[in-house]
Design a binder for this molecule. Structure first.
Ligand code: PGA
Length: 237
């Protein structure tokens, strides 16, 4: 069976109740493109309210703790995300790896806990600018995958290839390079969906989709606006 395309928005630390109309508009657009799976990973404070304005759209969290509960002030657990209405969670985003010094072993523990809580996962991997310049992208990504997926069967997990150097800026790898990395990920994790993330726009997404290899996109800034996000969705249908 052919894999369905997947488009995921990552709102990072943006958004409040005033943005519910944007979420509702994205939900409307998702209903008009039923062949594409669409999800929004929102701040945890918005998950419950988002479920109310767009029942058809998958809502996700952006991280969870490695333990299902406990004395961890300020953290959010996978069962809490699930109970609030999330059906997926982003794990291993490079901003978590950098800002919070998350390593692959911790991310693997989070993956196991999130799966046990019934959440789908979008696991982020990607090389730094330094690794890219040194030609180590494939080795780095293969190692992140092997370590971050230790102890899981890969079920319910999509992989987002997000070169760290491409996030939050305006440069992206060439579509052919993305296709090579997507092929490597498909070879390492059989049956998974591979997303590209890092400065995705409708223009570069169209070129990558035409090149082939990726099953969708993980979108940051361009997911904050319903029109720009919907433009990416439309080209995937
Ligand atoms: P960006 O973010 O699209 O704003 O580069 C992508 C991401 O970090 O997931």
């Amino acid at each position: 069976m052919a894999k369905r395309s997947l488009l995921v928005g990552n709102w990072k630390m943006h958004g409040d109740g005033g943005d519910l109309p944007v979420i509702a508009a994205i939900g409307d657009a998702a209903r008009q493109h039923p062949a594409v799976d669409v999800a929004l990973c929102l701040p945890a404070t918005l998950i419950d309210r988002a479920r109310g304005v767009c029942p058809g759209l998958a809502i996700g969290g952006q991280d969870c703790h490695a333990e299902p509960s406990g004395a961890h002030t300020g953290d959010i657990s996978a069962p809490m995300l699930r109970e609030a209405g999330a059906s997926l969670v982003l794990l291993g985003h490079s901003e978590r790896r950098e800002d919070h010094h998350e390593g692959d072993a911790l991310i693997a523990a989070k993956v196991r806990t999130a799966r046990a809580a019934g959440l789908e996962i979008v696991l982020c991997v990607g090389e730094t600018a330094e690794d890219h310049a040194a030609g180590r992208s494939a080795a780095v990504v293969r190692e992140q995958l092997t370590r971050s997926l230790a102890g899981t069967d890969g079920q319910g997990i999509s992989i987002a290839y997000e070169p760290v150097w491409a996030i939050g800026g305006d440069s992206t790898p060439e579509p052919a390079e993305v296709a090579v990395m997507a092929g490597l990920i498909h070879d390492t994790v059989s049956g998974t969906r591979v997303l590209y993330g890092g400065s995705v726009t409708a223009e570069n997404a169209a070129a990558m989709f035409a090149q082939g290899g990726v099953d969708g996109f993980l979108v940051g800034r361009q997911s904050l606006d319903a029109d720009t996000f919907t433009a990416i969705l439309a080209l995937m249908d």
